[in-house]
Design a protein around this ligand. Structure first.
Ligand code: HEC
Ligand code: HEC
Length: 290
């Protein structure tokens, strides 16, 4: 009896904690909308301040945990200085954020909200920034924003719109609908994932992993050809594909949690999962699909 009661109370406290956290999040969001969004809205043209998507990412990279994230944001927003600013380009282009005499208790709640929120990639802002930097002839800043836009906003591929000079020499593009063209796209998404992990870009890693997980299917005609050759091996072939799919979803989750060790661990299994299928089936299928 005692045990059940104890468990019951624990459940209550848990639920209470979760509710309090929800309320804090909602309160922080409201304060953020009232006090920060006038400048930090992601769709302003011209922009008045960097969108929180990038601010959050930079501050997470610069701090070890939630508490120091909140401290660092609060310290900056209460008394902005050039030395404290970690985003140097916005300071240069937009000028230092003015000191506005915010209530520090409000700002701490806002900072906690900024930590916990999942901001969507600011696609409109990146487009506006690309246009502005192009006009000014700032090629480096243009490419910086284009890279992010291509990786996170273009609906097709993470790397399709890459600058020609950074594009690896590849074989002629395969005809649409063929397994080969599906695989060529997988190869590009895999390269984008690799790169995102290497530079610690969690958002781009999540997008690339999602592209891998939801890769296109070859046409019905191609699938029938594959079935005709593989016959009883078809289910094992499908399992190899499922494995890549599941791993990609797991990678996406690790990227969303911004858990770098887990992300690396899962990412390092991906190549083996791709190669397992290649080793077993590629030579068998390659010629019949030509
Ligand atoms: C009047 C416009 C304006 C308002 C309102 C405003 N900001 Fe800013 N903010 C800026 C500008 C401009 C920058 C970019 C230049 C810089 O970093 O100082 C910036 C940058 C930042 C940065 C990044 C600083 C860095 O390290 O480079 C943080 C964090 C920030 N703001 C937090 C806030 C918070 C929190 C609020 C609301 C409480 C807020 N801002 C409201 C204009 C504003
Ligand atoms: C279910 C089996 C299977 C899985 C899983 C698989 N592949 Fe493939 N892949 C193939 C086959 C079969 C070919 C040969 C297709 C052809 O030449 O028509 C191929 C060919 C390729 C090619 C060469 C395309 C070309 O232009 O010749 C690349 C690149 C590629 N795969 C990348 C990947 C990546 C990256 C992954 C993992 C994210 C992966 N593949 C997972 C079966 C698979």
């Amino acid at each position: 009896m005692k045990k059940t009661l104890l468990l019951f109370t624990m459940c209550l406290t848990w639920a209470g904690g979760a509710q309090a956290a929800d309320a804090d999040f909602t309160a922080g969001k409201k304060l953020f909308q009232q006090q920060c969004l006038v400048c930090h809205a992601a769709d302003l043209d011209p922009p008045k301040a960097p969108p929180m998507f990038g601010v959050q990412m930079k501050y997470k990279m610069a701090t070890a945990d939630r508490a120091s994230f909140i401290d660092k944001i609060t310290s900056f927003a209460m008394h902005p200085t050039e030395e404290k600013a970690i985003l140097k380009k916005p300071v240069q282009v937009l000028g230092l954020m003015p000191e506005m005499g915010f209530d520090e208790r409000d700002v701490r709640k806002i900072a906690a909200y900024i930590h916990d929120e999942t901001f969507p990639p600011p696609c409109k802002h990146w487009q506006v920034a690309m246009r502005i930097f192009k006009e000014r002839g700032d090629e480096k800043a243009f490419r910086h924003h284009k890279k992010r836009y291509d990786a996170m906003c273009s609906t097709t591929s993470a790397t399709e719109a890459r600058e020609p000079e950074t594009q690896a020499p590849t074989a002629a593009p395969a005809e649409a609908g063929t397994l080969k063209s599906v695989m060529q796209q997988l190869g590009r998404d895999y390269a984008a994932l690799d790169h995102a992990v290497l530079v610690g870009d969690f958002a781009a890693a999540a997008v690339a992993a999602e592209h891998i997980a939801n890769h296109e299917k070859p046409s019905m005609f191609q699938r029938m050809k594959i079935m005709a050759v593989l016959r009883t091996e078809m289910s094992a072939f499908k399992q190899a594909d499922d494995k890549v799919h599941q791993l990609a979803m797991a990678i996406k989750q690790a990227a969303e949690k911004k858990d770098m060790p887990l992300l690396i661990q899962r990412q390092s299994g991906m190549l083996s999962a791709c190669m397992a299928c290649h080793t077993a089936y590629r030579s068998k299928i390659k010629d019949i699909l030509k």
